[in-house]
Design a protein around this ligand. Structure first.
Ligand code: GDP
Ligand code: MG
Length: 286
C-alpha cells in the first residue's frame, strides 16, 4: 500500500473512467444542495440510495440533479444502502461518499486518479498527511485508531483510517468484496455489514484479497444540518464484531484451502475502452 496522490485526471479522463457516484442518504434534504451541485459534471451517473427518508430528500435530489437515480434500499442501515447502490451502478469505477456535506464531491477526481494510476482500491483517509476531520469526536477518533491498529496487526496493512465513508474502486472488484452480481447468489456469500461497520468490512476484505490499496488524503467536514445517525459505542462494537467475523472466516478458508471470494484476475474493464494509460490489474487472491 502507498499513500499520497499528486494529480487529478482532467474531465476527459474522468468521463472515460465512467464513474458511478453512490451516496447513501437518510433525511438529508437540507444538505443535498451543498453536495449534489459539487459532483463533477464528468461523473457517469449519480445514485442516491434512500433509506426511507421522511423529509423531502428524494424530491430535492431530483430538483437539484434531474438525471439522478434515486433507488430504495432492501433492508435497513448505511451498509445495506451501499450494497444496493453498488449493485445498481453501471460505471467502471464506483466512488462512494456521504450526503450530509461532510465529504466533498470535489475530491472525486483525486480518487479516480488513484485508480487510473494503478490502484485497485482508493481508500480515503482523514489521518494521513493532507487529510483531516472537523467532524470526528475525540471518542470516535480514539476508537478508530484502536480498531485500525487491530486490523493492521491482523492483516499486515498500514491503514491510517478504518471507518471512513469516502472510497473508490473498480466495479469489477465487487465479487472480491462479497457482493455477488446475482442477488440470489448473495444468500450464499458471507453476511454483509448492513450498518456503519460496512467500511471496515470492505477494508478488511480488500486487505485479505491482496488487492492494491492506495490511501488518498481527504478532508472531512462537519455535517451541515441535522445529527449523525451513528452511535460510537454501539457501532464501535459492531465494527469489532465484523473484524472478528472476517478473521474467523479467513481462518476457516485457510484450513479448507478454498478461496473466500472469487477475485477477477483479468484486466479491469477499463483497459478495454480507456485511451488514457491505465495500469490497474486485479491481483489474485492470496
Ligand atoms: N440509505 C441510508 N443512508 C444512511 C443510513 N444511515 C446513515 N445514512 C447516510 O450515511 C451517511 C453517513 O451517515 P451519518 O449519520 O452522517 O454518520 P457519520 O457520518 O458516521 O456520523 C449520510 O449520508 C447518511 O444520510 C441508512 O440507514 N440508510
Ligand atoms: Mg456524517
Amino acid at each position: 500500500m502507498r499513500g499520497g496522490i499528486g494529480r487529478a485526471p482532467d474531465a476527459a479522463a474522468m468521463r472515460e473512467a465512467r464513474t458511478s457516484v453512490v451516496i447513501p442518504m437518510l433525511n438529508e434534504a437540507r444538505n443535498l444542495p451543498h453536495v449534489l451541485p459539487r459532483v463533477p459534471e464528468a461523473a457517469f451517473e449519480v445514485i442516491l440510495v434512500d433509506g426511507g427518508s421522511r423529509d423531502a430528500s428524494c424530491r430535492e435530489a431530483r430538483r437539484l440533479l434531474p438525471d439522478v437515480r434515486v433507488i430504495p434500499q432492501t433492508r435497513r442501515g448505511k451498509g445495506n444502502a451501499l450494497e444496493c447502490g453498488f449493485r445498481a451502478a453501471r460505471g467502471d469505477v464506483i466512488v462512494f461518499l456521504d450526503a450530509d456535506g461532510s465529504t466533498d464531491p470535489a475530491e472525486i477526481p483525486t480518487f479516480v486518479a488513484a485508480l487510473l494510476d494503478g490502484a485497485d482500491f482508493a481508500k480515503g483517509s482523514r489521518f494521513m498527511r493532507g487529510g483531516g476531520s472537523s467532524d470526528i469526536t475525540p471518542l470516535r477518533r480514539q476508537g478508530n485508531r484502536v480498531l485500525c491498529g487491530i486490523v493492521n496487526g491482523l492483516y499486515g496493512t498500514s491503514y491510517t483510517d478504518l471507518c471512513y465513508g469516502y472510497n473508490a474502486f473498480w466495479r469489477s472488484l465487487l465479487p472480491a468484496l462479497g457482493v455477488a452480481d446475482d442477488p440470489r447468489a448473495a444468500a450464499a456469500t458471507a453476511p454483509w455489514g448492513d450498518g456503519f461497520e460496512v467500511e471496515t468490512l470492505i477494508n478488511v476484505r480488500v486487505a485479505n484479497s491482496g488487492l492494491k490499496v492506495v490511501e488518498v488524503p481527504s478532508m472531512e467536514y462537519e455535517r451541515i444540518h441535522g445529527v449523525s445517525n451513528l452511535n460510537a459505542v454501539r457501532d464501535g462494537l459492531r465494527v469489532l464484531g465484523v473484524i472478528a467475523q472476517e478473521h474467523r472466516r479467513r481462518a476457516a478458508a485457510r484450513s479448507s484451502a478454498a478461496p473466500m471470494f472469487a477475485v477477477d484476475t483479468t484486466p479491469h474493464a477499463c483497459v478495454e475502452h480507456l485511451s488514457v494509460p491505465c495500469t490497474c490489474m486485479a491481483t489474485a487472491a492470496a
